[in-house]
Write a protein that binds this ligand. Structure first.
Ligand SMILES: C[S@@+](CC[C@H](N)C(=O)[O-])C[C@H]1O[C@@H](n2cnc3c(N)ncnc32)[C@H](O)[C@@H]1O
Length: 327
């Protein structure tokens, strides 16, 4: 396959191991996020945020989303945005250029994070208006351009917008946030707020790599076990088309797939992507130790060995863009 980013069709063969509750789990003290013995809940934790092992997390009751919301995570998200744009050679595939250039169009970005996608789009289309929502106020609150707005909203509580409000609705990388029923609810909300003739674009990468080696399997199986324990539906990409097809008000449903190789062997973007995954492995070190059954320093060595293994097995992820039009 080389290190080109090509459309591909094969299906993942690996199934996640069934989740075994680690014996060291001490429960869900505040939200849905489990603490593991060894996790240190920082004194700075308050109603709004929790600090665990020096990282900052949201503290929204009932939210399954468990990635941090601090500068380190924003760096990871910026890099992920750059990788994604580079791979797809653009920020969107929906046929919206003419409509957004003409102006007076309204765009919604759900789970906008630090707003990188939205700000780039708002600069590209200054005559249209862009609204970003996120469950935590991680987006810019000052020095915003006139055609952007950000709001602190949990989509799972329903979007505070009228039906038929937006011309283009975008949602990217929420795969670690939703259960099966959450996906249904969230997508129905996207459909509800989209105008007739408006377009929805959902962008996700599969979590499980393909073609990977044994160390990769250890690390990703630990990741998948963790997601399973939180009832997160990380297999959504394989069911997304069926889910969209099941919604009466949608038409013109399409999917594009991209093979995304990672590791040093796959050049600069492949290296960045491996670094991105390694950051997640490091973030969840305490959790994964017990699942994998290694000690602290062995875990660090495992990640180093994983980098080497990537060059041998040449794994890749599959990225997806799903499009649908509201009728
Ligand atoms: C992996 S980040 C992706 C950020 C951005 N979409 C991007 O592509 O860079 C996922 C974002 O979704 C947000 N999020 C998670 N659950 C959410 C929910 N229920 N409602 C709104 N935002 C949510 C998180 O706070 C986080 O900023």
């Amino acid at each position: 396959m080389g290190n080109c980013f090509c459309k591909q069709k094969s299906k993942s063969k690996r199934k996640p191991k069934p989740y075994r509750m680690p014996t060291s789990t001490i429960g869900s003290p505040i939200s849905d996020t489990h603490l593991i013995i060894g996790d240190i809940l920082d004194y700075r934790s308050n109603d709004e945020y929790r600090f665990i092992n020096g990282r900052k997390f949201h503290n929204v009751e009932n939210s399954k989303y468990f990635l941090p919301c601090d500068d380190e995570e924003f760096d990871r998200l910026y890099s992920q945005h750059y990788i994604c744009r580079n791979i797809w050679q653009q920020n969107y595939i929906a046929p919206v250029k003419e409509r957004l250039s003409f102006g007076a169009s309204h765009v919604l970005d759900v789970g906008c994070g630090p707003g990188t996608w939205l700000i780039e789009m708002a600069n590209e289309f200054p005559k249209s208006h862009f609204t970003g929502i996120d469950i935590t106020p991680v987006f810019p609150r000052e020095n915003k351009s006139d055609n952007t707005d950000f709001m602190e909203i949990n989509i799972l509580e329903g979007l505070p917008f009228e039906d038929y409000s937006f011309d283009y609705v975008h949602m990217r990388f929420l795969i670690t946030a939703f259960s099966e029923s959450d996906w249904k609810f969230a997508i129905n909300e996207l459909v509800r707020v989209t105008k007739v003739g408006g377009i929805i674009e959902i962008v996700e990468d599969e979590i499980e790599p393909r073609n990977d080696g044994p160390i990769s399997r250890l690390l990703f199986d630990a990741f998948l076990s963790d997601l399973t324990s939180r009832n997160i539906d990380f297999n959504i990409c394989s069911r997304m088309i069926d889910l969209l097809n099941g919604i009466e008000r949608l038409t013109d449903i399409k999917k594009e797939e991209m093979s995304i190789p990672f590791g040093k062997w796959a050049g600069r973007i492949g290296t960045l992507l491996a670094n991105n995954n390694a950051k997640l492995f490091r973030t969840f070190k305490t959790r994964f130790l017990s699942t994998i059954g290694v000690e602290d320093d062995e875990y660090d060595k495992l990640i180093e060995a994983w980098y080497e293994e990537l060059n041998e097995y040449k794994p890749y992820n599959v990225g997806y863009r799903f499009l649908a039009t509201k009728k």
